[in-house]
Ligand binder design. Sequence first.
Ligand SMILES: Nc1ncnc2c1ncn2[C@@H]1O[C@H](COP(=O)(O)OP(=O)(O)O)[C@@H](O)[C@H]1O
Ligand SMILES: CC(=O)OP(=O)(O)O
Ligand SMILES: [Mg+2]
Length: 399
Amino acid sequence: MNIFVINSGSSSIKYQLFHSESAEPVCSGLVERIGLGDSLIKHTVFINGEEKVTKLELDIPDHEAGMFEVEKLLVQPGIAVVHNPDDINVVGHRIVHGGETLTQTTIITEEVKEKIKQLYPLAPLHNPGHIKGIEVAQSIFKKATQVAVFDTAFHQTMPEKAYRYAIPDNFYKDYGIRVYGFHGISHKYVSGRAIEHLQKPDAKIITIHLGNGCSMAAVNAGKCIDTSMGLTPLDGLIMGTRSGNIDASVLLYLIEQQGYDAAELTSLLNKKSGMFGLTGYSDMRDITKMINEGSDAAALAYEMYAYRIRKFIGAYSAAMNGLDAIVFTAGVGENDALVREMACHDMDFMGIQISTEENAQRKPGLRDVSASQSKVKVLVIPTNEELEIAKQCKALLQN
Ligand SMILES: Nc1ncnc2c1ncn2[C@@H]1O[C@H](COP(=O)(O)OP(=O)(O)O)[C@@H](O)[C@H]1O
Ligand SMILES: CC(=O)OP(=O)(O)O
Ligand SMILES: [Mg+2]
């Protein structure tokens, strides 16, 4: 079975092609900086233990354009991984918001598409792109079964005290207003890897997913008990373009006193805030450059970003009554040593000690960057949402 996995994030498309019998991909790729003007595609084909890398620099305005570029690469002479798109049997899609009705991996039908569309207002940066991705995939991979794997599913184990908001009951009952949580495919994958590494099935773990979107989860014995994103992927940590936690009164003030409307506020908080709002850039590589050039605004933004993470580490340690490991993952978490250092320094009272030397190294794979005396392990674990999605597709279709 050939399983092609599409993971569209807010700024990127990641993809991998798997033969169902192996966890090693046949090819993998990343389309990044979508919509920023200077997009990049890195496409890697794995043949007999060797890697053939193709890099393209071009302007990719949106996710649909990105998917058509990817299709060309899959069948491109010299690096083709399939003769023809009909050789793909299954396409697994990461879907950010499944709401309260789409809680398990499922085959995509017209009804499932309709439900994903109904959730557009709750995941405005993601679900519309997913539907485009599904439609493009249906037009390219005509013979494949299309499967949806939800970011919200892993968080369904949260207790009610964690997922309810303190507003009247009917808002939950009538409108489904509650904490859903996101990046669940990634939190599940990296917490699973951490449990294996620690050889401790009942480990208390905090997973910190720092991509363009950022979230944390408290994972106790493999089950999520709390997470930082809420009804939508806007809450919690400071992100590339999203504000994270903010007093709801800020919105009321802007509506009542400054005449803002809903569309302006949606755009303000989702697209113009976070690191972009503070520095003019959403990509941490650009902001690091600003810091090196002496920008005070960039330095403050970094401090705010790391400080928010520290507060959640404290909260989740309390929620679990202990902590065995902290896991950093995703674009920023895997690559940005300064963020990890700032988030973990001066936490020795909690048994958290990061090794500055280990942390500064660039190495592939799972890494332990804690100091030898640290009671809590600080781990960097590359996420692999695509592998997790492929596994879930396989499990669904074999049952
Ligand atoms: N080498 C790097 N150093 C610092 N940050 C990086 C590096 N590579 C990627 N990033 C950060 O990772 C982000 C993308 O993370 P990713 O998990 O791919 O995002 P998403 O899935 O949310 O689109 C980029 O916006 C950038 O901030
Ligand atoms: C849910 C979410 O924010 O996803 P991403 O980080 O991929 O944009
Ligand atoms: Mg992502």
